[in-house]
Design a protein around this ligand. Sequence first.
Ligand code: AMP
Length: 114
Amino acid sequence: MSEDTIFGKIARGEAPANIVYEDDLCLAFRDMYPAAPTHILVIPRKPIPRLCDATAEDQALLGHLMLTANKIAEQEGLGDKFRLVINNGEGAGQSVFHLHLHIIGGRPLKWPPG
Ligand code: AMP
């Protein structure tokens, strides 16, 4: 199902993106409508629609996505000042149904988010 999303197309090299990182399991690219000076999306190549669709089989992959986000934050010069966000489901603001982690940084971040 999520193979047909824009992120599935980007993962398969069928749609353009400003890619900042890629490996066998995931890739990361700049958000086209950035919410902060640095706004990058990390996605698995595997088309998992939402975080709640992940299973025990995905445990290592989910860890890999977070550690990759750390690496990208460092690469982007964010230091220890960044936020990771996963919107799960339409009611929580998810609009693209291919799992993605938002890395947001480069400005002061307030809590709680809206
Ligand atoms: P979410 O609302 O959590 O599903 O986040 C989807 C994000 O994807 C939003 O921040 C959009 O700005 C971003 N987005 C949508 N289409 C693209 C695209 N083709 N390239 C880069 N970012 C995109």
